[in-house]
Design a protein around this ligand. Structure first.
Ligand code: AMP
Length: 392
């Protein structure tokens, strides 16, 4: 069993906390502070236990160079406002200046270090850099699930020098996703959508034997429609995907999993919200038209199937939901997931955005903060950031 913050003696300790404050920002203004709020429980717990809290995060992709527009200073200021407490910002994440700042900390103080990725050692997981980070604290907490699929110094290497446990957010992510994949209450459904079948093939493959129903939507459904021998006109499609789809259909048969793919679709004569559109059965897609959403019969088929489920995992939109004309499929699924009497897990930026837009986010059991990391967990991979956590 991996250690969590609750297994560790944090009282009066210097605690290095890896958070994910890689928030959307425009002209130095934070436009969505969900990730900062996500770390509050861990930070408050540590302050309440008289720890010295040393926060570290990455921001953007500065590639080992100092970039003025990728400073974490605005995040430190915002956190300070949320906590109504001083958060001292330090202009670097390693070196003498940081050591001094840590030395002068009192119990219950919080400091925020500058962007870890201003040093190339972070993304390379360089031992010297990890050692320097580790030298700042007695113990480490990883509360950055969103980067736990990366082999970075602050999520992996640091654990070679000081013990590391999962923070509250990380703990919640691991528990929700692992339960849904490994010991879900049955029947269980996975809904996988989005543009590229190649990206999500290992997710579908890993989940097929574990779920009762697999629902496919989005651009990647085109591969399944084509594999049935139907014309897909000018729809999004990559060479080779048809074979992948055929193989997955076989895998589903072997696993005894009900695989649902669109029976009707919304087609358009251009990739535009103003395009001419019509609803056709998948057997009747004509040249010059492209599939941009699932049709009403498919919406009904999918939402009916979801009603009986006890666990639902959803990743990826059913259509080009960014355009109103092709959002109905994704919205219908969002509603069905939210209203299901089931443990529901939503991951991936687009499905999370869709569920939030629908105003039903509060009805979802768990919304994952890590798109890439949650996909890798669903693929059955062991995340380096979880593997690195100290055993209890
Ligand atoms: P992904 O990053 O693979 O989850 O794909 C998300 C993107 O897939 C979104 O931007 C959607 O607009 C896009 N998408 C969904 N359905 C389709 C479709 N039928 N044709 C083209 N793009 C699609």
């Amino acid at each position: 069993m991996k250690q969590t913050i609750l297994d560790m003696n944090v009282d009066h300790k210097r605690v290095f906390v890896r958070v994910d404050f890689n928030v959307p920002m425009k002209d130095g203004i934070i436009t969505d502070d969900t990730r900062i709020r996500g770390a509050l429980e861990t930070i408050k717990y540590l302050v309440d236990h008289n720890a010295k809290v040393i926060l570290a995060s990455h921001f953007g992709r500065p590639k080992g160079e100092r970039k003025a527009d990728m400073t974490l200073a605005p995040c430190a200021a915002h956190l300070s406002k949320l906590l109504n407490k001083e958060v001292a910002f330090v202009d670097d994440c390693v070196g003498d200046q940081v050591k001094k700042a840590v030395e002068t900390m009192n119990e219950g103080d919080i400091i925020m270090l500058e962007n870890l990725r201003f040093h190339s050692g972070e993304e390379k997981n360089a031992p010297q850099f990890a050692k320097e980070l580790g030298s700042l604290a007695d113990i480490a907490i990883n509360d950055a699930f969103g980067v736990s699929h990366r082999n970075a110094a602050s999520v992996v290497g640091i654990a070679d020098y000081i013990p590391m446990g999962a923070g509250f957010l990380m703990k919640k992510e691991i528990e929700a996703l692992s339960t849904a994949v490994n010991s879900p209450e049955k029947p269980v459904a996975a809904i996988i959508g989005g543009a590229k079948v190649t990206d999500k093939i290992s997710v579908i493959s890993n989940l097929l034997p574990k779920v009762n129903v697999m629902i496919i939507g989005g651009g990647m459904a085109n591969a399944f429609i084509k594999a049935q021998g139907c014309n897909i006109g000018s729809s999004l499609f990559e060479a080779g995907q048809e074979q992948i789809a055929t193989d997955l259909v076989m895998e589903a048969r072997v696993a005894g999993t009900r695989l649902l793919t669109p029976i009707d679709v919304v087609v358009a004569d251009a990739f535009s919200n103003e395009a001419n559109t019509k609803i056709v059965d998948v057997e009747h897609i004509e040249d010059g038209w492209m599939v941009l959403d699932i049709g009403p019969k498919t919406r009904e088929l999918y939402t009916d199937a979801l009603k009986m489920m006890k666990t639902i995992i959803w990743n990826g939109p059913m259509g080009v939901f960014e355009m109103e004309a092709f959002a109905a499929g994704t919205n219908a699924v969002a509603e069905a997931v939210a209203n299901a009497d089931a443990m529901t897990i939503v991951g991936g930026g687009d499905s999370v955005a869709a569920i939030e837009k629908s105003g039903l986010a509060h009805k979802i059991s768990h919304i994952s903060t890590g798109g890439g990391a949650s996909l890798e967990l669903l693929e059955g991979k062991i995340l380096p950031g979880i593997a690195a956590l100290t055993e209890v």
